[in-house]
Design a protein around this ligand. Structure first.
Ligand SMILES: O=C(O)CCC(=O)C(=O)O
Ligand SMILES: [Fe+2]
Length: 283
């Protein structure tokens, strides 16, 4: 064997070993555990009361400044890989129903536009991977959200997503399909990019789609609440019945937001149609 290729073999091996032995980041490097003692049952109970009362929990200063910087830099480096979508949808995120006219709230069209990178595009040593997989973090989430266990998505795309909303991009009014969402704001725009919501506007479990009330919200006749999110805030939001939107970004600073998605059961993939819509590919 040539000396050169033996050397490059040795270097490759060393690189692999480094990667294998590089410890994943510990929780205290990523989260301010003094402000947010995740393992403390009193803290967990207080968070649970908060989200049950308000439908949302905002933990400011959750990420350490180092973790925010690291993820922001990763986001900037990978932005060229983002898949951009602009889609028209109704607030129920359901195919239109011919039983109603096209301008009825059931079928009324709103626009969402954003870019997104997927789990497989998040760097191996990203704090996001350490956080997402951390058992203490998952135990905290289970306690607050009253879930038995949380599992990663079986497909390679859907567990950790980083969203980009550049100037003019927005998320139209909608009700989520999932019962909770977990987000981290990484970069706040100069203006706009505001999360607005109306708590418990409908009751999907009782089949109450609240057509009239929802229409009044879209017509601007109901004053929504605004969430005050800062860079580094963790937001837990129950969006199934609380309609929400994110207003268009204003200015040159792109809104960057991480979505951490878990399943109640293991081995579940995001549906193929949703993956094609959001990511433009299946794997
Ligand atoms: O961007 C946000 O803050 C919220 C995202 C959201 O509502 C969603 O992905 O369903
Ligand atoms: Fe949503």
């Amino acid at each position: 064997m040539q000396l050169e290729s033996r050397n490059s073999l040795a270097i490759n091996l060393q690189l692999k070993l480094n990667r294998m032995t590089q410890p994943s980041k510990s929780l205290e490097e990523i989260i301010d555990l003094t402000q947010h003692p995740l393992a403390d049952t009193h803290y967990q109970q207080a968070c649970k009361r908060d989200i049950n009362k308000h439908g949302v929990l905002v933990l400011d200063g959750f990420l350490t400044p180092q973790a925010i910087d690291a993820v922001r830099n990763e986001g900037k480096q990978k932005q060229n890989l983002a898949y951009y979508t602009a889609s028209d949808h109704n607030v129920y995120l359901a195919p239109s129903d011919p039983a109603y006219p096209a301008d009825h709230i059931r079928n009324r069209s709103v626009t969402s536009s954003k870019g997104c990178i997927t789990t497989d595009q998040i760097p191996e040593d990203s704090p996001l991977r350490s956080l997402y997989n951390n058992q203490e973090f998952k135990t905290f989430l289970c306690a607050v959200l009253e879930e038995n266990s949380l599992h990663h998505y079986a497909d390679p795309l859907s567990s950790i997503n980083l969203h980009y909303a550049a100037a003019g991009q927005e998320l139209g009014w909608h009700y989520d399909n999932s019962s909770f969402a977990i987000t981290l704001l990484i970069q706040k725009p100069e203006a706009g990019g505001t999360f607005e919501y109306v708590k418990d506007a409908r009751n999907a479990d009782e089949g109450n789609m609240a057509h009239e009330f929802t229409e009044r919200i879209l017509d601007g006749e109901v004053q929504p609440r605004c969430l005050n999110m800062q860079e580094g805030s963790l937001v837990l939001f129950r969006g199934k019945n609380s309609i929400h939107r994110v207003t268009p970004t204003i200015g040159d600073v792109t809104r960057m937001l991480v979505v951490l998605a878990y399943n109640k059961e293991s081995g579940v993939s995001l549906s193929e149609s949703a993956r094609m819509t959001f990511y433009g590919r299946l794997e």
